[in-house]
Write a protein that binds this ligand. Sequence first.
Ligand code: NAG
Length: 264
Amino acid sequence: MMKMLVKFMILVHGVSVLLLLSGLTVSAVSLNISPNFQQFFREASVSLSCVEDGQTVDGWTVKRTKGEKTEECRVDGSDFGSFNGFSCFISFLSQSDSTGYWCETSSGQKTEQINITVPDGTGGDQVILEIPALPVIIGSDVTLRCKKKDNNRFRAVFFKNGVNIGTGSEGELPLISVQQSDEGVYHCYIDEDKPTPQSRLRVREPPSASVVRLILHLVVFCPFFISTGLMVSICCSRKTGNRAVVSMEMSQRVTGGHGLDKDC
Ligand SMILES: *[C@@H]1O[C@H](CO)[C@@H](O)[C@H](O)[C@H]1NC(C)=O
């Protein structure tokens, strides 16, 4: 009886430790980009980091595709940019930096990708669309900006999924209270210039993940603490050789059932 109980407790403990570990690693790590845009002028700089709840996380590396190959941002001997322990900094962006970037663990877990585009054209001929790289939360406001390198504001025409959606006299297109239907591929052009590259605006529900995670942690922590407590009490009692008391205690707790329920 006692042996079975101990085995059972060890099993519960093992399972809850596993759940605990998976609960902690079922995380919302994502690639953060600063400034939060997808298109950049040549020679601009950008900082990429792997974050969870706004904090940089260890064990994740910023990577990108280069043709068929995958490149890594490192402290030393980096394939691109330079990693300072927190973020990957790319200065003097060039067209060869136009590709998809993501974070990855050594076990191959990956975040969603962010596409960076540096348009061709030189000097003042460069035109970009400033559009957020990170998903926009439903209900928030965002302004898309059509920009020329020399930074003057021009009348710009905006397109969504190839359809003209309006003109911004100052090169701006405000999107007030963004809805799911605003998701799509955008580009713009200024007067006679050629159009900017196209970038996808992504839209997200407001985060509710924190509630889900809280519940997950409660569900997992409860059996963890109970089984830890019971195992410790079993061990302590064994050392003092007081088996009879333990088995009484245990059978009370188990048959009564209340001891377990109350804690949760
Ligand atoms: C990034 O680029 C890839 C390949 O061109 C494309 O499939 C993907 O949809 C793009 N993602 C975003 C968020 O624009």
